[in-house]
Ligand binder design. Structure first.
Ligand SMILES: Nc1ncnc2c1ncn2[C@@H]1O[C@H](COP(=O)(O)OP(=O)(O)O)[C@@H](O)[C@H]1O
Ligand SMILES: [Mg+2]
Length: 449
């Protein structure tokens, strides 16, 4: 017989215990009693369902030990047998809780081919999307249970970290891809204020959270997913930059910005308002398009009546390809995409200019850049970009899938900036003197908007 556990969950933790959804995430901020809830939930499942196989994961061994192995050994002393070499608790009813950690991306492969009816991912935003996907494959019936059971996964999470994006997409933004069923994903938000135990026993912890720098406080105390430490564009604010969909006036100058790669074609359509603000009013973000398909998709997404002045695109499209001897630009032009112009791809100056565009205007408080609501990918990726840990002013290249739309936007803003030198000999245009600066104008239109 298992000992009755003396536990008293707070209301949010109880909600977590009761959820039988395929994927349940809990948390969103610091101190909400996440680790406690995960630990106890898994012990309850092991007690309730004889023969169940459960896997509990954290990123590092140190965290696993502190947060789970030590407290579980105390809790299950005399109830389940702990085997340190395998890091698992064996229950008298045949149930098993195995604990693990994934130091590197590929560590997840050790679970390939294994089967766990329940998998718990603690601090899920510390794991990559690849690791999550691999684990979903192991989340299946193991054959050692006597009664039927539908496999499930449980997650705890805070905003920020390498997995910020997939957790946010599935549980916060609820934007699903073809094979994902929205009903499978449940999020239970818990803040430190919900942790009655902590509020009573350690009110100093709350004061510590309240004293954090603003961005981190917004993430850690209030569970704001658009604000985390290391966020590359803290200037980005949906309330300020995202506007309802609009049809740009036929009078406005319009252009496109393209970041092409086989893994992702990211194309933005941008209009320049009479106040010289930029409005990104359409996007196309699609993986696995070869050059001619990408060109065709861009043309198809552009109404015939829309007069596109130019399309600024990744400079590497101008390189000749070994297979065909043609450049990407040639292939795209042959497919009908005309007016391609080589982007200024300088990263740090480009990000600086983008920051300027995102800042509220000095006089009216209105930023120079707006994005319409339908540009979902750009709105998702911009606030998720993180600083590169090694280069102080550059954005990180991981997770790579979120970098494409922001890079296209960087090309876009740079195409509006007068440049000090002509660096793009393939562009038709000239270099002009403007005051003491030499300005490269291409055949551009900075002066006619
Ligand atoms: N329902 C509860 N009963 C008793 N202690 C709890 C309960 N919920 C949380 N705690 C305790 O509160 C503290 C913070 O909880 P923890 O789960 O570590 O938070 P988080 O993982 O969200 O940062 C821990 O000491 C934990 O044991
Ligand atoms: Mg924790």
């Amino acid at each position: 017989m298992l000992r009755q556990f003396d536990i008293l969950p707070n209301p949010k933790q109880l909600e977590f215990f009761k959820s039988k959804a395929k994927y349940t995430a809990y948390g969103g901020a610091r101190g909400g009693g996440k680790s406690w809830a995960m630990r106890i939930k898994l012990v309850l499942l092991a007690s309730r369902y004889a023969g169940i196989n459960i896997l509990l994961l954290r990123r590092t061994l140190g965290e696993l030990r502190e947060n789970h192995i030590i407290p579980l050994r105390a809790l299950l002393n005399g109830v389940a047998v702990y085997k340190d070499s395998a890091k698992e608790f064996d229950f008298p009813n045949g149930s098993r809780i195995k604990l693990g950690y994934l130091d590197s991306e590929s560590d997840v492969l050790q679970y390939q081919g294994q089967a766990y009816e329940v998998i718990g991912m603690e601090e899920a935003t510390q794991f990559t999307y690849f690791q999550f996907l691999c684990l979903t494959e192991c989340n299946r019936v193991s054959g050692s249970m006597t009664k039927p059971f539908t496999p499930r996964m449980y997650f705890t999470c805070n905003p920020g970290g390498v997995g910020n994006n997939w957790v946010k997409r599935l549980f916060i933004d609820r934007e699903y891809r073809l094979n994902e069923n929205p009903a499978d994903y449940v999020f239970i938000k818990s803040l430190v204020y919900d942790n009655t135990f902590l509020m009573e026993h350690d009110p100093g912890y709350l004061r510590t959270l309240e004293a954090l720098p603003e961005a981190r406080k917004r993430a850690m105390l209030y569970g704001d997913w658009n604000s985390f430490e290391g966020m590359f564009f803290p200037e980005f604010d949906e309330a300020k930059h995202v506007i309802p969909d609009l049809r740009p006036s036929s009078e406005w100058v319009k252009f496109r910005a393209l970041d092409y790669g086989l893994d992702m074609t990211a194309c933005l359509w941008i209009a320049v308002t009479p106040e010289r603000r930029l409005v990104v009013y359409r996007e196309l973000c699609k993986p696995n398009l070869i050059l001619s398909e990408a060109a065709a998709a861009i043309i198809k997404a552009t109404p015939e009546s829309e007069n596109i002045r130019y399309t600024v695109a990744s400079p590497d499209l101008w390189n000749r390809r070994q297979d065909s001897g043609k450049s990407g630009v040639q292939i795209m032009t042959e497919a009908g995409l005309k007016g391609l112009r080589r982007a200024d791809s300088a990263r740090i100056p480009g990000w600086r200019v983008m920051r300027e565009y995102l800042r509220p205007g000095a006089e009216d408080g209105i930023p120079k850049l707006h994005i319409t609501r339908s540009c979902k990918e750009l709105i998702r990726c911009l606030p998720s970009l993180a600083f590169d840990p090694d280069t102080s002013e550059d954005a990180s290249d991981v997770p790579h899938d979120i970098t494409h739309a922001p890079e296209a936007l960087r090309y876009a803003v740079m195409s509006r900036e007068p440049r000090c030198e002509a660096k793009t000999p393939n562009d038709a245009g000239g270099t002009y003197s403007f005051g003491s600066r030499r300005i490269y104008a291409g055949n551009d239109d900075y002066f006619d908007i």
